[in-house]
Design a protein around this ligand. Sequence first.
Ligand code: GDP
Length: 317
Amino acid sequence: MIVVLTGGTGGAKFVDGLRQVVAARDLTIIVNTGDDLEWWGLHVSPDLDSITYALAGLLSKERGWGVKGDTFFCLQAMKTLGQPIWFNVGDRDLAVHITRTQLLKSGKTLNEATAEIAGQFGVQSRILPMSDQRVDTRVDTPIGELSFQEYFVQRWYQDPVNSVRFAGVENSRPAPGVIDAIQSASVVLLAPSNPVTSIGPILAVPGIREALRQTPATVVAVSPIVGGAAVSGPAGAMMAAQGWPVSVGGVAEAYHDFLDVLVVDHRDAAAAGELQKAGYRVHCASTIMTTPEDKVALAHEVLSLLSSETTATSDSI
Ligand code: GDP
């Protein structure tokens, strides 16, 4: 079983590649829910949705989120009614939020609701929220503390970041199946997702980090930092706020206690050499996923690295 820890946009591209080279039933995806929000009275789980759409082959490639070809009639109608519209919700996307909210209201857990929605989309891989309990990523900025979506979507991540916290995480538990998946995996992959606000909340759920330290599976992370900067989004500012360098070294630091192999871009070959001297196992690859072919190639590369992993590190730099 291949287990992936992921957030939304970067992670969804990676998962989109993996699904094309791995049998669906061999894939379990553990997803960040720290970005979840209540929007128009509905429970929205942006990262769960991105992964569901990616696995169903429905993710919008242009936007990197939402359903491809979606329309936005409801959003426009809500604007006419004077409702907030800063969080973009497409019409088909909305149907998922309504369904999830109904399932939760009927007493289902987030884990159960996620499985039911994924099943309706014909997804055969397992999608697990990191936790059934609510965990809220909160971003402290000079204008005060913001929810993740206020910081990210409403304010375009323009505010300087003082710190990040995961409200409620101390009372959360891994969703059923999460620990077992990590412990029984043949490999655990950390997608090129924001180490602070996408992977960070997953690692903060009590028991998950411990399971990663203890699993006999090889743990491989793909760096979201390329050439000393985030490929997209606020990962750089977030990492700096945590006191980590904005570099592949910073990514290694974030995962140092359980990481076996770090996959970095060819552009970071020099920094990778330094990391290797410091004792890390590092592999250089083309990690920028612009085209569908790039995604598939990266998935192949990461998986082939694993088959050669036990025999040699000669293809590592
Ligand atoms: P979010 O929930 O939408 O923030 O999604 P993620 O955390 O999964 O994705 C954002 C992260 O993915 C950012 O840190 C980006 O630097 C990284 N990222 C996006 N596209 C790529 C890519 O093509 N290659 C790599 N290596 N990283 C990427």
